[in-house]
Ligand binder design. Structure first.
Ligand code: ADP
Ligand code: MG
Length: 706
């Protein structure tokens, strides 16, 4: 980088380092750096948390009780008063403006003694009250020291719409405002603009320089309401820019993928259709049919498929994937079916094996726990092509696994996998088709980001005869009644789950809780067989228990969350969740999805312990309020935020500086459309693509995404 003595960087003024700015010593520079702010660019993209309209300052004589008002004045006197109520303090201030004097009061903020002293100028914003006795006063206002008269020569602190920043270390909102102001002053009037002019005109977006400036110091006529919703034209433009570049990156990746050519074309004829129908144990729902049609259409194209199949728990994604697999195998290619847990892999391999028993295709299972000999045999079968369909865990993506001719990679419950594994599996074949399945419905916003390079199909319906699971919240004190309820269902010949939370830090004690509980329940449910299932068991043991449960010889299954994903026992109709307050929303929904998979009415009982945190209450309310997975996913996103929801960068949630995936989902849609259009338009594309350098690929977390 080419830096001269004043710290300006030739070429890009936004890269000027903050430590060279006036008023920023080494101490403050370090504080800024710790907050992730090193350059002018960093600072300008850290936006005010809100704006205050100090352009219409109220004179003290014009204050009306009941309204919120901005006033400015000089401190005349201050004092702390204790009141008759113990431990209660009033900090009082007398303020003078051009029109006269007025009183300001703060409750229980004695430290203000150290903030204010006579002679200071302050800006206040707060509620006007009338008290008898005492008269008109401002109560608990927000405040800011604006400096002595004459200090504020640029008028940046009062008399305008002022930005309010979140404090960084010792840098108050006022200092930050000054710094932003100075940085903006030094920017040249013309900044390079990555948005094509036609696009800007179409969406009435201001230029980059103007947008940066007005996002901090808006013009007087700007709507305060828009500003505080991050929807002023300037803010909109910067948000849009970020989303546009992000989608452009996704689009590029998608294009690179689409340019690939499969080594073997997939064909579909009547023989293949008949062979697929032969394994089908039931009629597909309309949703399954249409998903399958899209998938098969994809697979017949010369470019590899890259599709996400979304559908709520129990909607029947597996059979759709299996039919797609059949088509591929009929074409002489192999299929890899990757599941997130051994249990699930084994279960898939069993059920798929059963369905394909009469066919000529061979199903094998490869998990981490297979013995050395069995493993060697499986690996050889994969290499020689003797195995047509391989079900497995992440063991499938290990290096020594080589497929003879992998045509389709199916990834079940994608949210459990790192995205890297998705890429590795894809690399196992020469451009195989990829089908990703998830039962954690992904809100549209996230689907456009972390899965933005995938085509998406959604199954919205459930197989016929399903009745929604009846969900009830029950406090611990109702435990006996809940057990009695379970007992009645067991007597009717149904089966039940009792699930315990397993928190990692205290895995041992929790495990003990589950083990002890299984013992207690074995006594309480003397007429039934009680089984125990947890993650610390050997896979064979786990498998044995699960098999007994599936076969109906174990009636009540006490388990940790290992049953969360995919397990399918239609005769199980009751799900009791202990300590439901400790589970995440998506998790609760997944657990509930273990029941309601057969013809019998099903129930979910969520036992919770008080006191409930606000979050826990919201989660429980959400899960008992709806059985719609998409609804749940939206609420989960609201409650947890996108990063938490998909789990860190690895899942491809971009790190955005300006945009907010929830707040700005509408802009994301537009940005995506525009970005994809720009990619089709060669002239636009080349001018913009220059910007897609490594820095921002990394920033958006695209580099690691497969
Ligand atoms: P998920 O989408 O959660 O993976 P599964 O594929 O495990 O759901 O299917 C759930 C259950 O529904 C399975 O027992 C499956 O056999 C059954 N099923 C799937 N599709 C249908 C259908 N069209 N008609 C009847 N039962 C179906
Ligand atoms: Mg499934």
């Amino acid at each position: 980088m080419n830096t001269d003595a004043t710290g300006t960087t030739e070429g890009d003024p936004l890269q000027c380092e903050l430590r060279f700015m006036k008023g920023v010593g080494p101490h403050r520079a370090a504080e800024l750096e710790r907050a992730g702010l090193r350059t002018a660019d960093d600072l300008l993209h850290r936006f005010p948390i809100r704006f205050e309209d100090r352009s219409r300052l109220r004179r003290s004589t014009d204050l009306r009780p009941g309204e919120a008002a901005a006033v400015c004045g000089e401190v005349v006197s201050v004092g702390l008063r204790r009141t008759r109520r113990r431990g209660f303090t009033l900090f009082e201030m007398l303020l003078r403006d051009d029109a006269g004097m007025f009183r300001v009061v703060w409750m229980n903020q004695p430290f203000l003694q150290d903030v204010f002293s006579p002679g200071q100028r302050v800006a206040l914003y707060g509620k006007v009250e009338w008290r008898d006795p005492g008269g008109l006063r401002l109560t608990n206002p927000q405040y800011e020291l604006t400096g002595r008269e004459g200090d504020d020569d640029d008028g940046m602190h009062t008399g305008r719409i002022v930005p309010v920043y979140e404090r960084i270390g010792s840098l108050t909102t006022k200092l930050l405002r000054r710094l932003v102001y100075d940085v903006l002053q030094r920017l040249s009037p013309a900044l390079e603009d990555p948005l094509p002019p036609a696009l800007r005109r179409r969406h009435a977006l201001p230029g980059r320089r103007e947008a940066l400036s007005a996002s901090h110091f808006p013009a007087p006529e700007t709507s305060l309401e828009l500003l505080n919703r991050f929807r002023s034209p300037a803010q909109t433009r910067l948000i849009f820019e970020e989303l546009f570049l992000f989608q452009l990156g996704l689009g590029l990746r998608r294009r690179a993928h689409a340019e690939g050519r499969k080594s073997t074309l997939i064909r579909v004829d009547d023989t293949i259709r008949r062979s697929a129908l032969a394994v089908l144990p039931f009629r597909l729902t309309p949703g399954q049919k249409s998903a399958l049609r899209t998938i098969v259409d994809d697979m017949r194209r010369p470019r590899p498929m890259n599709r996400l199949l979304q559908g709520d728990v129990g909607c029947g994604k597996t059979i759709v994937a299996l039919l797609a697999a059949l088509v591929v195998m009929e074409n002489g290619l192999q299929v890899a079916f990757m599941a997130p847990t051994e249990l699930l892999a084994e279960q898939h391999s069993l059920s798929i094996g059963r369905l394909l028993a009469a066919s000529r295709f061979r199903v094998t299972c490869l998990t981490g726990s297979a013995g050395a000999k069995a493993r060697r045999e499986t690996v050889t079968a994969i290499e020689t092509g003797a195995a047509d369909l391989v079900v497995g865990t992440h063991a499938l993506v290990q290096r020594e696994i080589r497929f003879r001719a992998l045509g389709l990679a199916i990834i079940d419950e994608q949210h459990r996998f790192g995205v890297l594994q998705r890429a590795t599996l894809r690399d196992k074949g020469r451009q195989p088709d990829v089908l990703v399945m998830t039962a954690t419905p992904i809100p549209r916003t996230l689907a456009l980001t972390s899965y933005g390079d995938l085509d998406v199909s959604v199954i919205r319906d459930l197989p016929p005869g399903r009745r929604p699971v009846k969900t009830k919240l029950e406090p611990e004190s109702h435990r006996d009644a809940v057990y009695e309820f379970v007992r009645r269902r067991l007597r009717e010949g149904r089966q039940a789950y009792v699930v315990y939370p397993l928190v990692e830090e205290s895995a041992k004690t929790d495990l003990k809780a589950a083990t002890t509980m299984a013992e207690t329940l074995a006594v309480l449910f003397r007429d039934s067989t009680v089984g125990l299932l947890h993650g610390r068991m050997k896979p064979e043991e786990r498998d044995a228990v699960m098999r007994c449960f599936a076969a109906g010889t174990v009636h009540l299954l006490v388990a940790t969350t290992v049953v969360e994903v995919g397990v399918d026992v239609p005769n199980a109709t009751v799900m009791v969740v202990e300590h439901a307050e400790r589970f995440g929303l998506a998790q609760l929904h997944q657990l509930r999805g273990r029941v309601g998979r057969g013809p019998h009415p099903s129930y979910c009982r969520l036992l919770y312990q008080r006191p409930l945190s606000e979050m826990a209450r919201a989660r429980l309310k959400a899960v008992s309020g709806t059985t719609d997975g998409f609804d749940i996913a939206e609420q989960d996103l609201q409650l947890r935020g996108p990063g938490e929801m998909l789990g860190t960068r690895q899942s491809g949630v971009p790190t955005l500086r300006v945009a907010d995936l929830i707040r700005d989902h509408d802009l994301m849609e537009t940005a995506r459309r525009e970005a994809f259009a720009a990619l089709r338009d060669a002239s636009v594309a080349t001018s913009v693509l220059v910007r897609l350098d490594e820095t921002w690929t990394e920033r958006f977390g695209l580099a690691s995404v497969g």
